[in-house]
Each structure stands twice: as C-alpha cells, then as structure tokens.
Design a protein around this ligand. Structure first.
Ligand code: FAD
Length: 465
C-alpha cells in the first residue's frame, strides 16, 4: 500500500485550508468509513477540502506524486468508489454550505452536502427539488448519476433541475459550467457521474412542495404476491399525474405502524405520495376495491419526514450490495420472476424497490442529458442486499446476482442505473448509456480528463485519437 512520509503530508497540510488526515491520526478511521459497511479501505491521505482551491491543491499534490485519486461526496455509493487503498481521497464532507433564494426559486449547494440538508433549507421556504429517498445520501454522487425520488414524475430527475455547477478539472482549472458555458461538459456531467471533475457547487431550480404532503402505504402478504403485484401495477398505470410512487418487495420492519404479527414477514408494498392534497382519497378508494391488504397507513406527513422515512430500512454501515435493471413494463412474466426470487432472500433488510420513471421524467428528450437510461416511460427495479453480518451478506449478494440474471431477459436495459452499481462491469456501464451517449461521453472525457484521473466510478474511458 502507498504510504506518504511526514514531510509530504506536511506539504499537503500547508497547501490546504481544510485538514489532511493520515493513517495513525485521530479521526482517520471515521474519515475513511462510508455508508456500505462492506468497504474497509485505507487511503494514503484524506484531504478534507474546504474550498475549490483545496480541491485543486489536492489534485496537484496527487499529480506530483503519482497518487491515485478518489472523491467522497456523501459516501453512499455501494461500490465504495469514494474510498480507495493507497489513494489521495478528496473528501468533500466539509463543503456543506446551502443558500436558498426564494425569489428566484434556486439553491446553491456545496459539493459535499446531503439531501437532508438541502430539503430542510428549501422547505423553510416551501420549496424542494427532486432528490433521493434516503436523506443522508450525498447530493454530489446522486445528482451526477441522474437522481430520482418521490418528485421525479412531477419534476424530473435531479439533473433536469440542475442550472449550473462549479467544477474543478483534473488539471486544477476551476470552471463554471451551464447550458451557456462549456455546454458539452454540462451535458456530460448530467448523468456521466464523477468522471469529469470535482463539483464544488451545484445550482438547482426549486419548486413549491408541501410542506405537508399525503402518504398512503399498502401492504400485502408474500402468499398473495402475484395478485398484489398485478394490482399494484394496474393502480400505478391509472395514477393521476405527478404523484410519487414506489412498489417494494421487502420484510416488514418492526415499526410502530406495523402490527406485531407482521414484523419481519416478507411481503409486497405500494407507497403513493400526493403532493396536491386531493388526489389520494380517490386512489385509496380504488385500492380498497382490490385484493385485501394485511395492513395500511394513510396519513399527512411533512415532506422532510417523507424524505427520511426510508433512512433506516437498511441502517448505515450494514453490509450491502446492489444491481438493477430497467424494464418497460411490469409484465406478468416480470411478476413471475419477482415472486419466485423475492422469498429466497435471507436477510430481513434486503429488498427490491421498483420505481416508476414517467411523467416529467419522460418529457425530457433522450439526448438532452447524458443520463444512463432511456426517457421512455418505464421502471427501475433495484435488487438490494443489506445485512448485519457476513454470512447473511454473502447469501444475499448471491441472491441479488441470480435474481438479476433472471430479470435480464425481461429488461429494456440490463446495464440499469449507474448509481445502483456495486461493481462497474465495463459492458454494463456502456449498456446503461447506450452506444451513442457512451461514444459522446468518451470524446468529452478525452477533452476534460484525458488521463482518466477520475476513474473510481462508472468509468467512461477517454477516447484515444
Ligand atoms: P459517494 O460514494 O461519495 O460518491 C459516489 C460517486 O460520485 C463517486 O464516484 C464520487 O467520486 C462521485 N462524487 C460524489 N460527489 C461528487 C462531487 N461533488 N463531484 C464529483 N464527483 C462526486 N439514487 C437515486 O437516484 N435515488 C435514490 O432514491 C437513491 N437511494 C439510495 C439509498 C441508499 C441507502 C443508497 C446507499 C444509495 C441510494 N441511491 C439513490 C444511489 C446513490 O445515488 C448513489 O449511491 C450515489 O453515488 C451516492 O452519492 P454520494 O455522493 O453519497 O456517494
């Protein structure tokens, strides 16, 4: 493993406003820890950057010493891209400033902030932008890969609401990038992940949301899986525009709203969010005409709490692994695969979320951004292993792989969502983007990061000329 001498570390410290943390220092083990407890890696040094200049100085330091570079935003990526053995880790967790302008309905957000922080700041003005469904996820990685959540059918992906970024290139140059400035790069970073540089500031468009919204959650037993999933699929197809929704195969958590007899029992759920306060009652009435639920919950909920509701389904630092596919429709064949494989999971935390990708998401032309996936209406099926201990983790990692293989023949894109890759197999990264977008990304990569400094990600290889 690469190790740096005291003098080198001293020179990095002198070049930074933020601290640099090396092996043996207090706080080193906390700083190298990320969300996935399966990842246990030891960077040569961790640069806790406090500004774009700190990021540029860290990159210069790494370049001079031939050090590998990795970048940590919120540390959620299951692959562990954020932390690498022997690397210089650019840690953005000290860059958390958020400035909301309620007049222009925009927010400036530093590169290491989390969705919980932006949601809270924007909701103080009754505003929000589409983000993820787990609040401590980083804005950085989630946005750069696309970013979907409860607001996606209403307002699109996170990248569809991105107005500009400040980015530090591998060369150390700091650029402002938008539709009007370096528009090629602006296209690429909207879906192309952390391949092109380190984003130190995002500027988002905000929308009026909440602060109260209404949530309906409906639960069916595993034994009635086929009937429940077909009914949930048909319910989603008839949903009024702009509602948030998710279908899940899961084990019921021991939460207060779950009757004790169902705790940890495997089954299926449908969650629907009404942002307009008025549409949910009609949907609930239709659901009551369908197969009987085991239990349900219909309630107003503050938007910020909705955004935190799933934070502990898989608690931070659990052992985790994930794969995904896109499907055009939840056909009966897809449902047959799901009901065959879901009950085979071993860990109660493991789950299978299905998110509809439609509405505002599908009004954006396919080639308007680099997003890996088509804008045709469809669904992302995630298959996620989460476990408190190694044997369960290994069993469910194998479960994810076989479940995924069984879904692939029914998928419209087996690459799936780039942000749901625990491993970055080259063919899956290409498949996710498709040949045209991937080719365009390789050309832009060759301009802005020709030496592939930023390669710990769903990597776009710079085009060789
Ligand atoms: P990190 O691990 O810190 O970074 C991931 C990648 O992005 C790395 O390659 C890193 O180098 C790069 N990166 C991060 N920040 C920057 C930056 N500022 N500049 C340049 N590069 C950067 N995704 C969704 O779309 N919707 C969801 O609802 C959703 N839910 C999730 C729930 C959980 C529990 C988890 C673990 C993940 C979820 N994801 C979701 C996936 C999530 O989008 C990815 O894991 C994403 O990579 C996380 O970003 P991060 O900044 O936290 O991760």
């Amino acid at each position: 493993m690469t190790s740096l001498d005291v003098q080198s570390i001293g020179s990095l410290r002198a070049a930074l406003t933020g601290p640099a943390v090396a092996p043996g220092d207090d706080g080193y083990d906390d700083a190298r820890r990320i969300w996935n407890g399966q990842i246990d890696r030891h960077p040569a040094v961790i640069a806790r950057c406090a500004s774009a200049d700190d990021v540029a100085a860290s990159l210069a330091f790494a370049r001079k010493r031939g050090l590998d570079v990795c970048v940590r935003g919120g540390g959620h990526n299951l692959s562990g891209a954020a932390v690498q053995d022997g690397a210089l880790m650019i840690d953005l967790s000290g860059l958390r400033a958020i400035e909301v302008d309620p007049e222009s309905r925009t927010a400036r957000v530093s590169g290491g902030a989390t969705w919980a922080e932006l949601d809270e700041a924007a909701q103080a003005h009754g505003l929000a932008t589409p983000g993820g469904t787990v609040s401590d996820t980083g804005i950085g990685g989630l946005t750069l890969g696309g970013g979907f959540g409860w607001l996606t059918s209403r307002h699109g992906l996170s990248i569809d609401n991105l107005l500009s970024v400040q980015i530090v290139l591998a060369s150390g140059q700091v650029l402002k990038v938008s539709e009007n400035d370096h528009s090629d790069l602006f296209w690429a970073i909207r879906g192309g992940g952390g391949n092109f540089g380190v984003v130190t500031e995002f500027q988002f468009r905000l929308h009026p949301v909440g602060p109260q919204v209404r949530l309906g959650m409906f639960f069916w037993s595993r034994e009635h899986g086929t009937e429940a999933l077909r009914f949930a699929r048909d319910t989603l197809a008839g949903l009024p525009d702009g509602m948030g929704a998710m279908m899940v195969g899961y084990s019921a958590p021991p939460a207060p709203f779950v009757p004790t007899e169902y705790h940890l029992r495997t089954g299926y759920a449908l969650a629907i969010v009404d942002f307009d306060d008025g549409k949910l009652d009609g949907v609930v009435a239709k659901i009551h005409d369908g197969p009987p639920t085991q239990f349900e919950m219909v309630s107003p909920i503050p938007y910020v709490e909705l955004q935190k509701m799933l934070d502990f389904v898989i608690p931070p630092h659990s052992l985790s692994y994930e794969k995904s596919v896109y499907v055009k429709e939840i056909t009966n064949e897809v449902i047959e695969v799901i009901t065959r494989y879901l009950p085979k999971k071993s860990s109660p935390m493991s789950l299978m979320p299905i998110t509809p990708m439609n509405g505002a998401y599908s009004t954006v032309p396919d080639d308007a951004t680099a997003f890996g996936g088509t804008r045709q209406p469809g669904f992302i099926i995630g298959i996620t292993a989460g476990a408190p201990k190694q044997e369960l983790f290994e069993a469910d990692r194998a479960w994810v792989r076989t479940f995924w293989e069984a879904l692939v023949p029914h998928s419209s894109n087996y690459g799936g969502y780039v942000n749901f890759m625990s491993e970055f197999e080259n063919d899956r990264v290409r498949a996710s983007y498709g040949p045209t977008k991937y080719e365009r990304l390789t050309r832009i990569k060759a301009v802005y990061d020709p030496e592939n400094v930023f390669h710990h990600n769903a990597n776009i290889k710079p085009r060789q000329t």
